[in-house]
Design a protein around this ligand. Sequence first.
Ligand code: 0T9
Length: 419
Amino acid sequence: PAPPSGGSNSSWSSFLKSIASFNGDLSSLTAPPFILSSVSLTEFSSYWCEHPFIFAAPANEADPQKRALFVLKWFLTTLKQQYASRSEQYGNEKKPLNPFLGELFLGAWEDDAGTTELISEQVSHHPPATAYCITNRPTGVRLEGYNAQKATFSTTINIKQIGHAVLTVPDPTDKSKHETYLITLPSLHIEGLIYGAPYIELDGSSHIVSSTGYTSRIDYSGKGWLSGKKNSVTAILYKTGSSNPEKEAVYSVKGQWPEELELHTGPSKKQSGSTLVETYNPHTAKSTSLSVKPVEKQHPLESRKAWSKVAQGIQDGNMELVGAEKSRIENAQREARAKEKEAGKTWERRYFTAKKEGGEDAVLAALGGKVGLSVDGDADKTGGLWRFDQTKADNVKDETLSKEEEERILTELLGQETT
Ligand code: 0T9
């Protein structure tokens, strides 16, 4: 075994010991400095759209079966940035900042598909849940979702993702109609912990089920004792309700998600008559980076602005500053919640609204049962069934904060001293 890649041996082994007696709350783990990230989980929502033109592509495809394939392809092309980008960049997975309630991360991409907008908001703190909405302006393709994580320890850290996403695609042959794709999220675990170089492996399976009658099942696997390659994936796309999806699949995919994916017609490439649709190579695919306003122009609750001192501390290895600045935010948040409670109020989410308990969600009602999602969207584990609220978004669009309002937010919600 190689020695730990970062930190000192002793701090890593005491960290491992603390994980072994772990209570399920990842944010409570005190990790050695080299494992700390200055990026908050609200930023992770942007991983859904590293390639905006692939995201928007279904809107320009007239054949519904091909559209379903394009949606599957887009989903698979997000995996690399979602789950491998930190370890590729730093040599190990990192522990993200734990967002505060109301934290925002806003931005936009510009590429061949035009402008695609991102809105990400921390909609719950206990339990932590992040909601997002990504819209490609020219086509109207939109992804809405929310997620939380449940961690357990058995051999390693195992994480189950709770929540789901809904992709809406306007029908290219009839713009008055649209179709929806309900997307479930894979579970994951941490590999490489004992070597001091943790990275993510996906496991189990996830699904995409569409209102047009197609289902994709995606199976994840890693390197086993004797065979298998790390970060492996296979997927089949079949007619929803098929009694033998493995045999009746109309498309199939095979590969390693950070390396290469092969898309074929039919259930597998070995099937006679199967043809190669496309080979996707993430190393050569065109990525577009997200544009975010400079910190000076951001709303005080925007992630990079609110966490800027903590991020600076992490980058400088100044753990005293990190601790002090984190506590400032956490204490201010605790006080704000106490005040709200006293006044009988709740924190108003800026862009999302939780569906009323018992209130039906049409997408979950129609498609949820096919992929094992409950109609209430696991609201108890995510602080609500969160949906983007266009009215709220329109109302805040041209909002300008007065100096007083900005100072009130800084002091009352982030614990900053203003002069
Ligand atoms: C949604 C994604 C999620 C968030 C992260 C588990 C994890 C927090 C949640 C699920 C995104 O769409 C996809 C990617 C990575 C997930 C993170 C990986 C990770 O390790 C963290 C947890 C909280 C830790 O930081 C544990 C410490 C770790 C570095 C082990 C030493």
